[in-house]
Design a protein around this ligand. Structure first.
Ligand SMILES: [Zn+2]
Length: 72
Protein backbone atom coordinates (compact mmCIF):
# COMPACT_ATOMS: atom_id res chain seq x y z
CA UNK A 1 0.00 0.00 0.00
CA UNK A 2 1.45 3.35 -0.98
CA UNK A 3 1.46 6.43 1.21
CA UNK A 4 -1.03 8.02 -1.16
CA UNK A 5 -3.46 5.13 -0.65
CA UNK A 6 -3.26 5.50 3.11
CA UNK A 7 -4.12 9.17 2.91
CA UNK A 8 -7.38 8.43 1.11
CA UNK A 9 -8.67 5.97 3.71
CA UNK A 10 -9.57 8.64 6.26
CA UNK A 11 -9.67 8.59 10.01
CA UNK A 12 -10.05 5.66 12.34
CA UNK A 13 -12.54 6.19 15.13
CA UNK A 14 -12.28 4.87 18.66
CA UNK A 15 -15.05 2.46 19.70
CA UNK A 16 -15.03 3.85 23.23
CA UNK A 17 -18.05 6.16 23.47
CA UNK A 18 -16.52 7.89 26.50
CA UNK A 19 -13.33 8.67 24.66
CA UNK A 20 -12.40 12.34 24.61
CA UNK A 21 -10.74 12.23 21.22
CA UNK A 22 -12.09 9.46 19.03
CA UNK A 23 -10.34 10.54 15.88
CA UNK A 24 -7.16 8.60 15.27
CA UNK A 25 -4.74 8.15 12.46
CA UNK A 26 -6.04 5.65 9.87
CA UNK A 27 -3.16 3.29 10.53
CA UNK A 28 -3.42 3.47 14.34
CA UNK A 29 -4.19 0.21 16.14
CA UNK A 30 -4.93 1.65 19.57
CA UNK A 31 -6.56 4.95 20.45
CA UNK A 32 -4.09 7.72 21.20
CA UNK A 33 -6.48 9.21 23.76
CA UNK A 34 -7.73 6.19 25.74
CA UNK A 35 -5.64 3.24 24.50
CA UNK A 36 -8.74 1.31 23.45
CA UNK A 37 -8.12 -1.11 20.58
CA UNK A 38 -9.23 0.29 17.25
CA UNK A 39 -9.45 -3.08 15.54
CA UNK A 40 -12.48 -5.08 16.58
CA UNK A 41 -12.06 -8.86 16.67
CA UNK A 42 -8.99 -8.44 14.45
CA UNK A 43 -11.26 -7.62 11.54
CA UNK A 44 -13.24 -4.45 11.93
CA UNK A 45 -11.88 -0.95 11.90
CA UNK A 46 -14.21 1.90 12.71
CA UNK A 47 -14.14 4.45 9.95
CA UNK A 48 -16.74 6.98 10.91
CA UNK A 49 -19.60 7.57 13.26
CA UNK A 50 -22.84 7.37 11.30
CA UNK A 51 -25.20 8.70 13.91
CA UNK A 52 -25.88 9.25 17.55
CA UNK A 53 -29.20 8.56 19.20
CA UNK A 54 -31.01 6.83 22.04
CA UNK A 55 -29.22 3.58 21.36
CA UNK A 56 -25.79 5.15 21.31
CA UNK A 57 -23.49 5.71 18.45
CA UNK A 58 -23.64 3.85 15.22
CA UNK A 59 -20.18 3.42 13.84
CA UNK A 60 -19.39 2.36 10.33
CA UNK A 61 -16.94 -0.46 10.74
CA UNK A 62 -15.00 -1.88 7.89
CA UNK A 63 -14.18 -5.54 7.59
CA UNK A 64 -10.47 -5.31 6.92
CA UNK A 65 -10.41 -8.90 5.64
CA UNK A 66 -13.09 -8.21 3.06
CA UNK A 67 -12.45 -4.75 1.64
CA UNK A 68 -15.47 -3.17 0.03
CA UNK A 69 -18.05 -4.78 2.31
CA UNK A 70 -18.69 -2.33 5.13
CA UNK A 71 -21.02 -3.37 7.91
CA UNK A 72 -22.94 -1.06 10.17
ZN1 LIG B 1 -10.33 6.38 22.50
Amino acid sequence: MSLRDRETIGMTFCFNSDCLDQKNEPQAVVCAACNAPLILRDRYRAERIIGQGGFGRTILAHDIQLPGNPIA
